[in-house]
Design a protein around this ligand. Structure first.
Ligand code: GLC
Length: 426
């Protein structure tokens, strides 16, 4: 009897020793760091992948939705050479900051598929010939407006200039408050001190012909009359047509106010289109989208945004991770996200796909806006873009808060950017 127990214990040990590597192989885990509004659809894509690839377990690590906070977290993972995360969702402005920590997708068969994507994004994600991130979706800032309210107040089109937006927002706000909605505001945007403010403020500056902070010749251009005019103008909105709390709003917090029916206009990205039309939205079917206004008609500017999928060099499952990332960036996945969630594809042919255009007509109507979107100076200032952007948004934020005038803030900012980059001031 004793002997029997001994034998069976022994065989159990053998079996378990063998099954450890087998189990590990069976359940290869790929963890994706994703945040904010993309979490739900990342989970759906993960499920789609796992249905076809049962040997891989795709897990989602939820990270902060603020781009600025997410970068801080990633830098901690990379600093520690952590293998906890395999796939990182990467903002379009980060390749120059993160490249050293990421694998080259060309080593995993991406050359065959990458041609389908917009050249400019592939170029953005290619450093020293290494394709360090697969394009996932592209973004551009847009103006959303309430069609019912524009009609009610006698306007037949969205505003083409900031002056006109100010007039329309003030009129509608006054009218809605008179009707009893004291929480109603004319215009919402993202005024918190984070990367989102860099995007909004670049649109204000560029739509006044005030340049792009730093130009492609490595000259600092931000201290100019048009940029000053733009930032002072935005500061004048706070507490007038925009809530005082706008200086703390991000994409999601501003969307909630809008989606509850408490604003005439909002500046936001394409993803809020499908959410605004969801069943529980107070503004379902009551809004449309247009290019942002300019200082003069035709001077509209939309900041280029977007996200990529990258694989960590420190991953222990690089092959599987690259496969998951390439699936999430694939035509099938991008089509799904475009139709279900109004995320702009990075695959050119999807802008001619009948099902995509039927679900999202604005992809076609605003194609020019997306194609001409203004990039932030991330390539030219790499690897210091985050410091430059942080100086920019903090400086703009201080003007929005009434701490200083734009002339003073931007005057100082140019020296800060010079200290960070060593570039000349123009
Ligand atoms: C969006 C854009 C991204 C940008 C961020 C700022 O997610 O796609 O590029 O940095 O907003 O909040």
């Amino acid at each position: 009897m004793k002997r029997l127990i001994k034998i069976s214990l022994f065989s159990l040990l053998i079996i378990s020793l063998f099954s450890i590597p087998l189990l590990a192989q069976d359940q290869e885990i790929v963890t994706i760091a994703v945040g904010g509004n993309s979490v739900d659809s990342a989970k759906e894509l993960a499920n789609m992948y796992m249905e076809k690839n049962p040997e891989t377990n795709v897990e989602i690590l939820e990270t902060p939705s603020s781009s600025t906070e997410r970068l801080d977290l990633y830098l901690q993972f990379f600093e520690a050479k952590s293998s906890e995360v395999d796939v990182y969702t990467v903002d379009v402005v980060w390749p120059g900051i993160l490249a050293d920590h990421l694998i080259d997708f060309n080593d995993y068969g991406a050359e065959k598929i990458v041609d389908k994507h917009f050249d400019a994004i592939v170029e953005n994600n290619t450093l020293d010939g290494r394709l360090i991130a697969m394009p996932w979706y592209t973004d551009g800032g847009l103006l959303y407006y309430r069609t019912d309210l524009l009609e009610e107040y006698g306007y037949d089109a969205p505003p083409k200039t900031w002056d006109k937006l100010e007039e329309m927002a003030a009129t509608i706000q006054a009218g809605e408050r008179e009707k009893g909605n004291q929480d109603f505001w004319g215009f919402l945007w993202q005024g918190n001190a984070y990367e989102g403010l860099t995007c909004d403020a670049l649109e204000w500056v560029a739509s006044h012909n005030g340049g792009q902070i730093v130009n492609s010749n490595k000259e600092i251009t931000i201290y100019n009359d048009q940029a000053i005019k733009a930032i002072d103008r935005a500061a004048s909105w706070v507490g007038e047509i925009s809530p005082p709390s706008v200086t703390g709003l991000q994409e999601e917090s501003s969307r909630h106010i809008w989606q509850n029916g408490n604003a005439a206009f909002i500046r936001n990205w394409p993803y809020i289109y499908s959410l605004g039309n969801s069943e529980d939205s107070a503004i379902k079917g009551k809004f449309d989208v247009s290019p942002l206004p300019g200082d003069e008609p035709g001077m509209s500017a939309s900041t280029l945004g977007g996200w990529q999928l990258a694989v960590s060099k420190y991953s222990q499952n690089k092959e599987a991770a690259a496969d998951v990332a390439m699936f999430m960036a694939s035509e099938k996945a991008q089509k799904y996200r475009a139709i279900e969630e109004s995320y702009n594809p990075t695959i050119k042919s999807l802008y001619e796909d009948e099902e995509v255009l039927a679900a999202r007509p604005f992809f076609e109507d605003l194609y020019g806006v997306f194609m001409n979107a203004v990039p932030r100076p991330s390539t030219v200032t790499a690897p210091n873009y985050n410091e430059v952007s942080t100086s920019f948004f903090q400086s703009v934020h201080s003007v929005l808060n009434g701490e200083q005038e734009a002339a003073e803030a931007l005057g100082n900012l140019q020296y800060e950017i010079q200290d960070i980059t060593g570039f000349e001031i123009k």
